[in-house]
Design a protein around this ligand. Structure first.
Ligand code: 13P
Ligand code: SF4
Length: 380
């Protein structure tokens, strides 16, 4: 059946032009005050926002920055945020571990998490006296959704003598049942630490099977893994890398360790989002491919103007729920507040604190890449 266009004419371009912008819908105008406070920021996003679009963006940026001051708020922006959020309003930017450290350290009264729900929960767990806001409650994560606290209790019954490491990409409920958390920035360090502490040669890692497999390639500790995965990184394959190399000879291929091991077999470098970013900055590479979430390439590209980026694009639908509009709404309405029941918070905090107490490596840890890195792991 033909699609029925119910309103207006088929190509209603003049009406579309008249449609108010998100800023106008909120009563925010591009006036002299906004212009004066934001003109200098435009250069930082000129590759992503056209001059025509800027008057629609600048009022939101100006008023978010004013609200932050008025409410003593900080915005913690993950590397996967779009460049407008990341570069124009983010006060602290980084990978999951860096944002968790910042949440524990900040003096601000309010934390707005420009990231996903488990990150906001981590902030609340570490800073219970602060108000933690997430601009969209639907900003979830396929990894966090893949396991529950009850699942971990069953794992504990089955393997009572083995420590359980959880990736931070989990709910507070799951963290509360585990012995220590890890991120892609310290997975090997955490696994080796907890195995030594328990005097065992095997640890359980939940919920990311690929992170577990990629970690197993970097240590002699045996790993038993849960079969969750990241819906963004699972889409990359070793075959993709071979095709990219053929199409872009000489390009350096960087991969996040949430990718399947066959991707790391073909990659030149693997590490956390901030490790990838630092590699681009410091390696002198001229042409790079980032096998991770799309916005990451945009943010790293903006910081490295001489580097050419090939962008195989996989968007995280959860990260992309966070926008300037809903950050503004979050600060105006002080929503959506993230809370964690105190008994769960205390136990989850113990697992996060165990990770944060480990020495901070001087350089971002990297994962082994190249042929033969695929290591067998037992699956739960
Ligand atoms: P990192 O920033 O810790 O590398 O994690 C990536 C990620 O997918 C977070 O959701
Ligand atoms: Fe979760 Fe993957 Fe999105 Fe990160 S990129 S939030 S791991 S779904």
């Amino acid at each position: 059946m033909a699609r029925v266009i119910e309103f207006g004419q088929g190509c209603d371009i003049p009406a579309a032009r008249l449609r108010p912008t998100a800023a106008e819908l909120r009563g925010l105008a591009y006036d002299a005050e906004v212009k004066a406070s934001t003109d200098h920021l435009y250069a930082d996003v000129k590759d992503f926002i056209t001059p025509m679009e800027w008057p629609a963006v600048a009022p939101l940026v100006h008023h978010i920055n004013k609200l932050k001051k008025a409410k003593n708020a900080v915005i913690l922006a993950h590397n996967y945020m779009t460049p407008d959020v990341f570069r124009l309003v983010g006060d602290f930017r980084g990978d999951s571990l860096q944002l968790a450290r910042e949440a524990a350290r900040t003096d601000a009264k309010v934390i707005v998490q420009a990231g996903v729900h488990f990150m906001a929960e981590t902030s609340k767990i570490l800073s219970p006296d602060k108000t933690v806001l997430i601009p969209d409650l639907r900003a979830g994560c396929s990894l966090a959704a893949s396991i529950t606290g009850a699942d971990v209790r069953l794992i504990r019954q089955r393997y009572p003598n083995l420590p359980i490491v959880t990736y931070v990409n989990t709910t507070a409920d799951v963290k509360a049942e585990c012995d220590i958390t890890c991120t892609s920035s310290n997975a090997t360090q955490v696994v080796e630490h907890i195995a030594a502490k328990w005097g065992v040669d095997t640890v359980i890692m939940v919920p990311d099977e690929f992170l577990a497999r990629n970690t197993a390639a970097n240590t002699d500790i045996k790993i038993i893994a849960w079969q969750g995965n990241c819906e963004v990184h699972v889409k990359f394959s070793g075959e993709d890398v071979r095709q990219i190399r053929e199409a872009h000879p000489g390009a350096i291929v960087l991969a996040h360790p949430e990718c399947p091991p066959d991707v790391l077999e073909e990659a030149d470098f693997a590490g956390s989002t901030s490790a990838l970013s630092s590699y681009v900055r410091e390696s002198g590479a001229r042409k790079v491919v980032l096998l991770t979430e799309c916005s990451m390439s945009d943010n790293v590209a903006a910081d490295n103007p001489g580097v050419e980026f090939v962008k195989p694009c996989n968007l995280c639908p959860h990260m992309k729920r966070i926008s300037l509009e809903n950050i503004y709404d979050a600060l105006v309405g002080m929503k959506h507040e993230v809370t964690v029941p105190e008994d769960i918070r205390i136990r989850a905090k113990a697992a996060i604190d165990a990770m944060l107490a480990l020495p901070k490596p001087k350089v971002f840890p990297k994962f082994k890449v190249g042929s033969g890195v695929t290591t067998p792991v037992e699956l739960i």
